[in-house]
Design a protein around this ligand. Sequence first.
Ligand SMILES: Nc1ncnc2c1ncn2[C@@H]1O[C@H](COP(=O)(O)OP(=O)(O)OP(=O)(O)O)[C@@H](O)[C@H]1O
Ligand SMILES: [Mg+2]
Length: 229
Amino acid sequence: MPVIAFANPKGGAGKTTAALLLASELASKGARVTIIDADPERWISQWGRLPGKPDTIRIVEGVGEEDIVDVIADEAAATQFVIIDLEGTASLMVANAVGMSDLVVIPTQGGSMDAKGAAKMIKLIRNQERMTRRPIAHAVLMTRISAAVASRALRNVRAQLDAAGIPMFANGIVERAAFRDIFDYGGLLADLPSAEVSNVDKARANARAYTAEVVARLRDAAEPAKGVA
Ligand SMILES: Nc1ncnc2c1ncn2[C@@H]1O[C@H](COP(=O)(O)OP(=O)(O)OP(=O)(O)O)[C@@H](O)[C@H]1O
Ligand SMILES: [Mg+2]
């Protein structure tokens, strides 16, 4: 079943956060999800040890560059969605995971260092496409955008990416306390106590819209004749 990797060699771009939000929304719809935690900080594995993780989310940690391809293949055969949270470098492990993926999400904050990281990742994806002789769907995901200026900021970046022929998610991930606090509270976004965490409903709406777009992009990648570019 589909494999979705989160990759940007720039550290702190929002990979781990976006990966967990996707898993949380897919699981709250009843999907079975494996998260391969290949981030050396292992935030998602730590989240998984807090109370509240549903049994439908399985977390695999301690994966190395020599076994990541086997682990991805095994998990993809066994579960509905495989999400890979990658380290913030452009390593052989990242290249192997990208080569095994149906969709590569490239989380990017507004700054130029993140954008350079995204450009490096797109070059790596193009190389993997040539090596594997198949297209690898990918899209830039703007992260930590301000709710107040979201539309203007996104329009500017979209114009630049469009000009370069790089796909971008229509929905960015907004800067929200809920997206930090989920790592402290454990459980799904839907389980966060709205009395203690501000704007949980808005955070969920954001995560849901982004998750729907991931699912649509996977569908398009699986049926390229019907899909949009
Ligand atoms: N949408 C968001 N709202 C609030 N905080 C966020 C959001 N996205 C990321 N952060 C915070 O920014 C920091 C970096 O995010 P994250 O760990 O997801 O990035 P990363 O790309 O996985 O980093 P690394 O390269 O180190 O693995 C974290 O402290 C995280 O809590
Ligand atoms: Mg990370």
